[in-house]
Every structure is written in C-alpha cells, then in structure tokens.
Design a binder for this molecule. Structure first.
Ligand SMILES: Cc1cc2nc3c(=O)[nH]c(=O)nc-3n(C[C@H](O)[C@H](O)[C@H](O)COP(=O)(O)O)c2cc1C
Length: 375
C-alpha cells in the first residue's frame, strides 16, 4: 500500500529524529484539526478506514464497528474520538484519567527502542484530570455522528465510516504523594468513577491497577487491596461495563487470585495487559539507556500478554470479556490474541512503528480469516 510505504520510507524517519513526546503532541494537534472538518475526516477515512464486509462485534452490549481499539495512553486527554473511527478503529480507551491533573514524570517520558519494536514508557499518568476530560467528552457526544443502527432504521447503508465508535475510559489514581495512602488512593479512583457515572460520560470503564510508573506503585495488584478498591467502587450505581487492566509481570497464582476477586464482584472482564517491567526481555539491550525507569511496550509484551489471555480463558471459560493488548504489530500477532481467547484487541506501539495503515490491514485480515476462527 502506497500510504504504508510513504509512512515507513518518509514520515517515520523524520518523526524518529524528534523526541517521541513532541511528535505525539504534534500528531494529536493534527488529529484535532482533522477532526474538526467533515472534509478532512472523509479524506482520512478514504485513505485509512476499513470499508469491507461487516466485522463489527457486540461485546457487553456495546457495538464496535471493528474489533480493534486504541489502547489507553495515546489519547490520554480524550481529544481524538471524532477522527479515530476514520482509521479503522472500533473504539479507544481514553486516559488513564485521574481525579486531579497530573504533570507526568520528569522527562524523558518516552524512549523509542526501534530494533526491539518497543517504547520505554515513563509517562507518569500525564493528563488534565477527570473533570476537564468529562467536559471535553460531553462536547464530543454532542458532535458525534448517528449510530449505525439509527442510520439502518432510516434506510441508509449499514457500514458507515465513523459510526459505532466506542469510547472507554481508563481510570487510575492521581500520580502524587497525596494519593499514596491506600484509603486516599481508593477515594481518588472513586471520585473519577463517580463523576464519570454521574455525567454518563464514557461507554465503558477500566480500572487501571497496573501503571508501572507512578507514585504508590501498583498497590492494588495485591488481592486484599483490590478487594477493598472494588468494595468501594461497587457502592457507585453504574450501568456501564467495567473492566480491570491487569499487570503482566506477576506470577499466575497472584494473577488468578485477582481474577477470582474480579469475578466475585461481578465485573465484566479484564484488559490483559499493561506494560512489561522486565527489561531483561529486551532483544536488543544495547539500544536502551543504562538505567531506565518505566515499562516496555510493544514486542516485549507480545507473548506475556497472549499467554495470560490463554490461561485466563482456560481457567475461567467464558466468564470474562477479555480485551487483549500488548505487542500487536501485525495481523499474525492480532490473530494470536483472538486465538488465545481475546474478544477485542487494543494497540498503540504497532501503530507507531507500522503506521496508521496497520489498522486497516488488521481489519482485512480479520475479515478474511473469518470471524469464526478469530473470535
Ligand atoms: C505512550 C504510552 C502511554 C501509556 N499510558 C497508559 C496509561 O495511561 N494507562 C494504561 O492503562 N496503559 C497505558 N499504556 C499501556 C498501553 O495501554 C498498553 O497496555 C501497552 O503499551 C501494550 O500495548 P502495545 O504494545 O500495543 O503498545 C501506555 C502505553 C504507551 C506506549
């Protein structure tokens, strides 16, 4: 495809000369600009959207136009939901959002490791805070295009670019020392969860208990603390699907203990999973800094997450919705996630290394492999 060649031969070498966070901010600004005009949305859609047979999926009552979502951490302030459906995505996870705004960790917050197809992520939950993001997403809801079912009822075509796009919201605890004590951390999650539900913003919610680069570390990966968090969360009336974003570096017995608690509290499922904290799994250690902080995205996550998806499906059958994420860099790695038991697949790093055209490729491969073998 010409656009993929253009990305890899021209754009990517230029982008990769600049600081990754600067490039990300520039791309977000362009995305906002393209979002604002019907013409630019259509042009992006003509180039990058998937227009083949219907590969939509309904999961926990939500209709996704395609089973591929942008994972949490890219559109962390919720600025892009009007443009993302035009590049083949069926949804995105905004955030992680926190009760109070977070500046993020000291720079560098992102470091590319091109040979390893990975990024060292030390963002520290940089975001504008839940209240500001709620206001932005309310504005998006007002501008959102009609759903496919509404168009269908009016006799228009069934697969329409930009419709049936699901906006999930990932919730984490504020990255500062005030939210480190356990009760303060729980209240922090609770505030965001309450506000989102009160305003009915977001189609589903994910509790991110596995951010490897924040104050207070990953305390809620401890089963007894997850129980306390979910006890508090369950006091809030909510009609939206609720998931937990899982760590991928803990031993299976601890992972399974967390799943049992998630089951007990009646949550819909899990996102498997977050960044890889094991630097020894880097294929090309020499391209990484001597000392580095944060987690690894991309290829070093592929097998760890696929294996945990498989084990979760094997141990719990159909009990959980599983959103598979980590190192989806090609149609083959996406297929592995579905074959292991994922209902939906998310990605970020693949899109950065392969270009936005990757999503259309994933959709086409999903359509041609057949929904039975991949879903
Ligand atoms: C730049 C960046 C920022 C991220 N920030 C978050 C975040 O705020 N919350 C979260 O749950 N995951 C975050 N993640 C993790 C991703 O959502 C995903 O789980 C991980 O990168 C593995 O997927 P990938 O290999 O497709 O990138 C971030 C990842 C990247 C690359």
């Amino acid at each position: 495809m010409i656009l993929d060649m253009l990305y890899k031969a021209v754009l990517k070498p230029i982008f990769f000369r600049f600081d990754p966070e600067y490039v990300h901010d520039q791309m977000t600004a362009k995305g906002v600009f393209f979002s604002n005009h019907a013409l630019t949305r259509s042009l992006i859609g003509a180039a990058y959207d998937y227009h083949g047979q219907d590969i939509g999926k309904t999961v926990d009552g939500l209709r996704y136009r395609t089973p591929f979502l942008l994972s949490a951490g890219f559109d962390y302030n919720g600025q892009l939901p009007l443009i993302l459906p035009h590049i083949g995505l069926g949804g995105e996870e905004v955030g992680s959002v926190t009760a109070r705004a977070c500046e993020g960790n000291p720079k560098p917050r992102l470091t590319r490791l091109p040979k390893s197809k990975s990024i060292i992520v030390n963002k520290g939950l940089r975001n504008e805070g839940v209240d500001k993001i709620i206001e932005r997403l309310k504005d998006y809801k007002a501008k959102k295009q009609p759903s496919v079912s509404a168009l269908w009822a009016s006799g228009e075509p069934k697969v329409v670019s930009g419709t049936d796009f699901i906006v999930g919201i990932s919730i984490a605890r504020t990255n500062d020392d005030k939210s480190v004590p356990i009760e303060a951390g729980i209240q922090d999650y609770l505030y965001s969860f309450k506000r989102l539900n009160e305003e009915s913003v977001g189609d589903y919610y994910t509790l991110n208990i596995s951010c490897p680069n924040a104050f207070g570390a990953e305390a809620f990966n401890q089963p007894q603390l997850l129980r306390r968090l979910l006890t508090a969360i369950k006091t809030v009336p909510s009609k939206k699907p609720l998931y937990v974003k899982m760590p991928i570096n803990i031993p299976w017995p601890q992972f399974e203990a967390l799943l049992k608690i998630i089951d007990e509290f009646g949550l819909n499922g899990v996102v498997i999973g977050n960044l890889n904290k094991d630097y020894s799994s880097l294929e090309f250690r020499e391209e990484a800094p001597e000392v580095f902080k944060g987690g690894l995205s991309g290829k070093p996550c592929t097998h760890l997450s696929t294996d945990l998806i498989y084990k979760t499906r094997d141990a719990f059958g159909k009990r959980f919705t599983i959103i598979g994420v980590g190192g989806v860099l090609s149609p083959e790695t996406a297929a592995e996630k579905f074959e292991a038991g994922a209902d939906l697949v998310q990605l970020i790093t693949g899109m950065i290394y392969e270009g936005p055209g990757l999503i259309k490729k994933l959709c086409r491969a999903f359509a041609s492999r057949g929904r039975i073998s991949m879903s």
